[in-house]
Write a protein that binds this ligand. Structure first.
Ligand code: PKZ
Length: 462
């Protein structure tokens, strides 16, 4: 499994830093005591240097270093990010400067805190919400997340004199990506188009329970050369508020809209879905025409919680097994055993064998929302038994349910609207972060392979 946690900075960013020669950093005013104690070496107040200096896309790494510390000086680095609802996410880690008073997070191990070891992006993927069970979500993709970074003297997370600080912006739209709200027929969506005239390979992007219209994955993916349509399907605008039944005719209309778009290259489009969006993606690929390639992130091959309907066919939801719901030691519900198997309730098994779509199934092996690995294997068996192409399955050890774009912090637990309680979603922060970096790369490679198009990344000079 290719893992690309090592920073891979696009040339554009290096050029920005080098040519401007002014890294975005703020020097803290040294206090008088420290002034008296200063030696020739630490005359210069410490500065924090970020590369790229002017921010980057949210799926890209940032290099963080500190200069001008005392040799071997113990310091604590802190990161803070406030989401659009005002919820604060924080992380910190303890470090020691090298013999020259430098600290480079790509080379120096964290000695403890929110993470340990050499983790250049740990201050981002280890962010934790102050508000219990809150998940990091980007609502307005036209503005960046703003991360405040601080260097404090010593090894106390809350104490220590402030030595330096910097502000880092993480963007969601590469330069030239266009955001086009879609209200066509019944379709409610947002289409993201790469710069240029195309045509581009098209992808429909679906999120899960909660509904609404989340655009952040689609906007990032459009920066890789795809025309990506984030599709709402309930709890948005004039769409139904609830999710008792999903009619695939709605999704068919969306697929046809994208296929007939002058900047979308046919024949056939791609599909990306997570969780409930993965389940619906499997149903779309099974019943609808025009879907060439589908990436399903922790999806279910059983209908769950609602009926799926297409023309004169219905797939009823599997039974809920309430007595199999357990409590974790943290007082959360663990619902992973709470669904009847679609092998027992065959009528709830989405008929993937009807599909000619190429599948990539991305699985968090510690998914506690439902049994994603079991579902992936059953999809594979069913396709093979019907002489269809086997799916590509990638299993990520210790990864949980919400496999997001790179560097999003793990959402380990939260309110589940179908369950009506806080549940555990599984996953450990570090392996989950590794999975996210790899999954993001894998899904792009898969879509480029099956949908064609030039493999490219828009230079992200912001
Ligand atoms: C006991 C019986 C067991 C039986 C046995 C069980 C079986 C077990 C079955 C498993 C079955 C799985 C089935 C599919 C599993 C998925 O699908 S997992 C979920 C995947 N979710 C997604 O992909 C995201 C989907 N989208 C969303 O959640 C919504 O679009 C958003 C992001 C919340 C925004 O929607 P919105 O309407 O603009 O939100 P807003 O009005 O601001 O807030 C709505 C609510 O969400 C909350 N919320 C908003 N933002 C956040 C946030 N960042 N973080 C946390 N909460 C937030 C708010 O607090 C609010 O809550 P209430 O105040 O109403 O309580």
């Amino acid at each position: 499994m290719a893992q690309r946690l090592a920073p891979n900075i696009p040339e554009g960013f290096k050029a920005v830093t080098a040519s401007l020669g002014r890294p975005r950093s703020t020097k803290a005013q040294p206090d008088s005591e420290a002034m008296q104690a200063s030696t020739a070496q630490d005359q210069m107040a410490p500065i924090m240097i970020l590369e790229p200096a002017d921010g980057c896309l949210c799926d890209q790494p940032v290099l963080i270093s500190v200069h001008g510390l005392a040799p071997e000086q113990p310091v604590t680095l802190r990161a803070a990010l406030r989401d659009e609802k005002g919820a604060l996410f924080r992380a910190h880690a303890r470090y020691r400067a090298d013999a020259q008073g430098g600290l480079d997070l790509a080379r120096a191990p964290a000695l403890g805190g929110s993470f340990a070891g050499i983790e250049p992006m740990g201050l981002l993927w280890a962010l934790e919400p102050e508000r219990p069970f809150w998940r990091l979500i980007k609502r307005d993709v036209q503005t960046p997340f703003v991360v405040e970074l601080e260097v404090l003297d010593g090894h106390e997370p809350d104490g220590g004199r402030l030595l330096a600080r910097a502000v880092h912006e993480r963007h969601f739209m590469a330069p030239g990506v266009r955001r086009v709200p879609v209200r066509e027929g019944r379709v409610r969506a947002t289409l993201f188009l790469p710069p240029g005239n195309g045509p581009f390979p098209g992808i429909v992007d679906l999120f899960g329970v909660g509904g609404g219209l989340l655009e952040y994955r689609a906007s990032l993916l459009a920066g890789k050369g795809f025309a990506v349509m984030a599709l709402a399907y309930y709890n948005y605008d004039d769409l139904p508020k609830g999710m008792d039944i999903f009619h695939l005719e709605y999704f068919e209309e969306a697929v046809n809209y994208l296929l007939s778009h002058p900047q979308v290259k046919g024949p056939g489009i791609g599909l990306l879905g997570i969780s409930k969006g993965g389940e619906l993606g499997l149903a779309m690929a099974s019943f609808l025409k025009g879907i060439k390639a589908a990436v399903i992130i922790n999806g279910s091959v059983a209908a769950v919680g609602n009926t799926i309907h297409y023309k004169d066919e219905t797939i009823p939801p599997v039974s809920l097994l309430r007595n199999r719901v357990k409590m974790t030691k943290d007082g959360l519900k663990d619902v992973v055993e709470g669904l009847q198997s679609p092998l027992v309730e065959e009528k709830s098994f989405i008929p993937v064998e009807r599909s000619d779509t190429a599948f990539l199934l991305l699985v968090g092996q510690d998914d506690h929302n439902w049994k994603s690995e079991f579902y992936a294997n059953e999809i594979s068996k069913r396709l093979e038994a019907h002489g269809k192409e086997k799916p590509q399955i990638i299993c990520y050890p210790e990864a949980g349910h919400y496999i997001e774009p790179p560097y999003f912090p793990l959402c380990k637990a939260g309110m589940h609207l179908l369950v009506g309680a806080n549940i555990t979603f599984g996953g450990e922060p570090k392996p989950h972060a590794v999975a996210q970096v790899d999954a993001w790369q894998q899904l792009q490679t898969f879509f480029h392979k099956h949908l064609g198009g030039e493999e490219r990344t828009i230079p992200s000079k912001l």
